[in-house]
Design a protein around this ligand. Structure first.
Ligand SMILES: C[S@@+](CC[C@H](N)C(=O)[O-])C[C@H]1O[C@@H](n2cnc3c(N)ncnc32)[C@H](O)[C@@H]1O
Length: 235
């Protein structure tokens, strides 16, 4: 196995082998979306597909230690736009592990009943994961947040994305904690200069709201017209 020293997993639940990303399977023998399974040092890992997950793409694009973008085992996580479970299942591998022996907690909100139906199929085998059918813009899911989140991800691809993100971070993110924000450009007709200006304006808004914008990653090639903001709340 060729594994870059820089990418040695602190949690041993995440590893990078050249440009392949893997998480330790919390449900050995089971796939979530048809992903490859492989054993490393006697343990089964699931391949995390950067063409199907913006976080996986960001892990390949970041200039930071990739693991710095991820939550730690045992974290309290809030995930808005949980979809059908592709990315959140890898987050669960890391945060909860098999039978949730790390005692992590992942609240996954999605507005689509179809998505929630798929997510409910994951729940039985993945304790610690709590899917909620709700609109991220409203208040009805917020009681599920028993305490502030150690890590937050938003991927809702809809108008007002940044407003939702800033309000949610303000209400639910701990201080000195990481949040990732997937941003979809609204128009295909932006010039490079207009895109750069828009991203700068967004960065300024984020920093005005008392967060540090550590990186803005262009996911072009993996997920076109998408950028991923890496944010830290001020301690
Ligand atoms: C791009 S998909 C998410 C993919 C998922 N994050 C993944 O990587 O596996 C966007 C999701 O956001 C959900 N969504 C859109 N608007 C929402 C809202 N206002 N509140 C909650 N979920 C929303 C959609 O139903 C959809 O499942």
């Amino acid at each position: 196995m060729c594994m870059s020293n820089n990418h040695q997993p602190k949690s041993k639940r995440f590893l990078m082998e050249k440009s392949s990303i893997w998480t330790l399977n919390a449900t050995p023998g089971k796939r979530v979306y048809g992903e490859q399974l492989k054993r490393f040092s006697g343990q089964e890992f699931r391949r995390w597909d950067p063409y199907r997950s913006k976080i996986a793409a960001a892990l390949l694009r970041t200039k930071q230690e990739p693991e710095n973008l991820l939550p730690r085992p045992g974290s309290n996580v809030l995930y808005l736009g949980a979809g059908h479970g592709t990315t959140i299942s890898h987050i669960h591998d890391i945060v909860c592990g098999s039978k949730n022996h790390s005692k992590g907690r992942i609240v996954g909100v999605d507005i689509s009943p179809r998505c929630i139906r798929d997510l409910l199929l994951l729940v039985e085998k993945r304790p610690g994961f709590i899917p909620i059918l709700a609109d991220a813009r409203k208040n009805d899911w917020q009681n599920a947040m028993l305490q502030r989140a150690d890590w937050l991800f938003q991927d809702v691809s809809q108008t007002g994305q940044l407003d939702i993100f800033l309000e949610t971070c303000g209400n639910h993110l701990k201080s000195d904690a990481k949040a990732l924000f997937s941003f979809k450009m609204a128009s295909e007709r932006w010039t490079d200069e207009a895109i750069a200006n828009q991203l700068e304006t967004m960065k300024a808004r984020i920093e005005h709201s008392n967060f540090v914008c550590e990186e803005v990653l262009d996911l072009q090639g993996y997920e076109d017209e998408h950028f991923l903001f890496v944010i830290r709340s001020i301690g």
